[in-house]
Design a protein around this ligand. Structure first.
Ligand code: ARG
Length: 638
């Protein structure tokens, strides 16, 4: 059974008022109604400031369970809840309507919490978590001889973001990125065989071959082999005997040669034949160079040292399977070796060796799990892989636990993601029906971003605009991918993604640039004259200085800032980056509300000016940190 040691809810951050209130009202409910199992309390931010900052709405639901009038339940909660440090005292007057509880935070609590968030500067409320298990993040997962296409975007972007978040919390040495490259097996042998043949015929120059050519050759080889398989299957379906089929397999016409050739090439590859190995290595190098380049363009940290291809587990497969068989965990079924999982609620067994003696994808994944846990020391392994592989991972995780390949407390988690759809609601394809190349998508995003920046900022020098356009494009692509709920499909629309307004990456970059420009103006007015704000700014930048929250706009911004550490921890627990995206989007909105309602440089007093500048500084730091976790490069101006 896939263990999920991290499913328990994250303990409330001392900075997150909402989480604290839920905790306090939970305690109050247990105190007021001991012995009755009540659901977790519902606390929400108030939609209207006249009802306070938060509302606890559970009295009505509890009243039903308890068979008491809601108002009486609300009063009992008021009596038991401990909020002294956090909120204005509650009394009968705090109960509204049938039993809503209105809660107003104490400004002093908010100000203290902001100081805790701001110092020490590098932490932003995220104290390093020394208990975090070493975590392997399986990401990217490209296959040899294939161009990276849109299907690899999510594995690369979500995986990288999860790794960044875990590194932020546990430290960089707690996270091990693993790119499980599909570099082994019959498909790779097909293209290797084809390439050997083309090279022998003088049709390709291996030294100069490109990933595009490899991709085309791969498709051709696969097409030919599929045709063979089709011909053989058809012969079998027509009831022809094995002799006929064997003859067909050996027949001298080209398509049939392809499959046979691929199979013998696989054998040669597996036995370490130098000639085959040379071609395979070339395919590997060309594919990986393109992969690393695409990842770099996406600002995902995926380097050669993170590659752990399927081939690296080759030597471990036979001994592993032999162990499974000897221990009785695996059993023969119709010639294949399988691990039954029905007692774990999975009807389909995990096949570890096919009837022809070959190992499969699952076998390699079992060996990889063993390596990750026993050699790399992982206590948690996270797979950022398409949701369509859900059954595969359930089987592999269950088999790994059943076979004792990993201790029970190791958490194996599939961070499954949905499909990227085209505007027609079907999986995103190019007009010709092919997968869309990732490089092309990035190019187009950069072009669109460049046009936008040019329209808004015609005076910006070309080199700077090129930099900004790149950042905007990456922000657009990454943010959209990360902000959609991970398991859901989403529609890929570059037009919408690169917009500067709405819930987009460029909007967040823009919000950050705006904060930066306020701070630049405070330091150095456009006129070039000495800044009249120098003293207020210095006070705002002084470490450990205090905050001052009086206006609703300041309060809303403060509350958005304080939610940050909890949002980051939630991502680590749930592996759902959209929680951080939502937090940053709300922060950007709260900042713009603050900026409209609370003049900063024209604040009513020097003290207010410096307090507001301090909020700007903190906003800038939180947004920079958050965008960094999302892997979005930031820019000063746009
Ligand atoms: N290469 C695989 C594919 O294209 C993805 C690898 C995912 N990781 C894993 N450990 N199976 O489907």
């Amino acid at each position: 059974m896939p263990t999920d040691a991290h499913a328990a809810s994250t303990p409330a951050s001392p900075l997150d008022a909402l989480a604290l209130l839920r905790e306090r009202f939970g305690d109050a409910a247990r105190g007021a109604f001991p012995g009755t199992a009540l659901p977790e309390p519902v606390v929400a931010a108030s939609a209207n400031a006249k009802f306070g900052d938060f509302q606890c709405n559970s009295a009505m639901a509890y009243a039903k369970v308890l068979g008491q009038p809601p108002r009486q339940v609300a009063l009992a909660l008021v009596e038991h809840v401990k909020l002294d440090d956090l909120a204005e005292p509650l009394g009968p007057a705090s109960v509204a309507g049938p039993g809503f509880l209105n809660i107003t935070l104490k400004p002093a609590w908010i100000e203290r919490a902001l100081t805790t968030l701001a110092v020490p500067a590098a932490q932003l409320g995220l104290t390093p978590d020394a208990t975090m298990p070493h975590t392997v993040v399986d990401l990217c997962g490209v296959n040899l001889a294939k161009q990276m296409h849109i299907g690899h975007l999510r594995a690369t972007v979500i995986g990288d973001t999860i790794a960044r978040v875990l590194e932020r919390l546990g430290g960089p040495d707690r996270v091990i990125r693993q790119n499980h490259v599909g570099d082994w097996g019959l498909p790779i042998a097909m293209v290797t065989a084809k390439l050997l043949a083309l090279e022998a015929a003088g049709e390709v120059n291996l030294a100069a071959i490109t990933i595009d050519q490899l991709d085309a050759i791969y498709k051709r080889a696969k097409g030919e082999c599929d045709a063979n398989v089709g011909a053989i299957r058809a012969a079998a379906a027509w009831g022809m005997g094995p002799k006929v089929i064997a003859e067909l397999e050996e027949a001298a016409h080209d398509p049939l040669v392809a499959l046979t050739h691929a199979k013998t090439t696989l054998v040669r590859l597996q036995s370490g034949d130098a000639g085959v190995r040379r071609v395979w290595q070339r395919i590997y190098d060309v594919t990986m160079a393109a992969c690393i380049e695409n990842c770099a363009r996406l600002n995902s940290i995926v380097k050669p040292r993170h590659s752990a291809g399927e081939s690296s587990y080759e030597a471990k497969l036979a001994p592993l399977v032999a162990r499974l068989e000897a221990s009785g965990v695996a059993e023969l079924s119709a010639g294949a070796l399988i691990v039954r999982l029905d007692e774990l609620g999975i009807a389909e067994p995990c096949i570890v060796r096919k009837s022809d003696g070959g190992f499969i994808y699952a076998t390699t994944d079992l060996a990889a799990i063993e390596h990750r846990v026993r050699t790399l020391g992982a206590g948690r392994v996270v797979y950022c892989v398409d949701a369509r592989q859900a059954l595969h991972f359930r089987q592999v995780f269950a088999a790994a636990h059943k076979a004792g390949i990993v201790p029970a407390e190791v958490s194996l988690e599939h961070a499954a993601f949905g499909t990227i759809l085209g505007e027609d609601g079907r999986p995103f394809k190019s007009r010709s029906g092919e997968s869309v190349r990732l490089g092309e998508v990035i190019d187009e995003a950069v072009a669109r971003a460049d046009a936008q920046v040019l329209a808004r900022n015609p005076q910006m020098p070309d080199t700077q605009r090129a930099e900004v356009a790149k950042a905007v494009a990456i922000a657009a692509i990454r943010y959209t991918d990360l902000a959609s709920e991970r398991v859901k499909d989403y529609v890929f629309s570059l037009e919408r993604m690169v917009k500067f307004e709405g819930d987009t990456g460029p909007y967040l970059l823009y919000a950050l640039a705006r904060v930066g420009s306020i701070l630049r103006n405070a330091a150095e007015p456009a006129s070039g004259a000495p800044s009249p704000h120098a003293a207020a700014l210095a006070a705002a930048l002084a470490p450990g200085g205090s905050f001052m929250i009086t206006e609703p706009g300041e309060k809303a911004l403060a509350m958005a800032l304080l939610r940050y550490p909890q949002a980051v921890r939630e991502v680590a627990r749930t592996l759902e980056p959209h929680r951080l995206c939502a937090c940053l989007y709300e922060l950007a909105g709260a900042f713009s509300g603050f900026f409209e309602s609370c003049p900063v440089l024209k604040a009513p007093s020097e003290q207010a000016k410096s307090a507001r500048l301090r909020l700007c500084v903190l906003t800038q730091r939180v947004m920079t940190d958050g965008l960094g976790l999302l892997g979005i490069p930031t820019v000063e101006r746009m």
